[in-house]
Design a protein around this ligand. Structure first.
Ligand code: RB5
Length: 143
């Protein structure tokens, strides 16, 4: 199950991503927001992050204008590894190396077609499970 969340700037891209998920028979849960004129991105980062922490969802996709605010918010949550990706190389690398469980995208940064390729790459790349990457991910959770 994929958790998806966005602020007001990410609503149109979220709809396109949902169309992609549905076309590919990928289950998702939409944590908002809907079509509104303003909203606060931390609210949706927290909802998606909590869904992953509770294991209700396996991965998440977060969208704001730049992808920056919403990824900062998500990365403050224990166990959340949110990667801001605006290219497919990064989306692949962050799954392979960081086992990122959240993809953040800036709706004002990339076009819809490119964003969908990034989503596809992120969702279809497995963690490498290399010892060195496991060690580094464990270190992320240390105080
Ligand atoms: C909203 O105007 C904008 O600040 C937000 O979508 C995001 O880009 C923040 O990082």
């Amino acid at each position: 199950m994929i958790a998806i969340g966005n602020d007001h700037t990410g609503y149109a891209l979220k709809k396109a991503i949902i169309e992609y998920l549905e076309a590919n028979h990928i289950e998702y849960k939409d944590f908002g927001c809907g079509e509104v004129t303003t909203s606060d991105y931390p609210e949706f980062a927290k909802k998606v992050g909590k869904a992953i922490q509770s294991k209700e969802c396996e991965k998440g996709i977060l969208i704001c204008g730049t992808g920056i605010g919403i990824s900062i918010a998500a990365n403050k949550m224990k166990g959340i590894r949110a990667a801001l990706c605006h290219d497919c190389f990064s989306a692949e690398a962050t799954r392979l190396h960081n086992d990122a469980n959240v993809l953040a995208i800036g709706a004002r940064v990339v076009g819809v077609g490119h964003a969908l390729k990034i989503v596809d790459t992120f969702l279809n790349t497995d963690f490498s499970k290399d010892d060195r990457h496991i060690r580094r991910i464990q270190m992320l959770e240390e105080e």
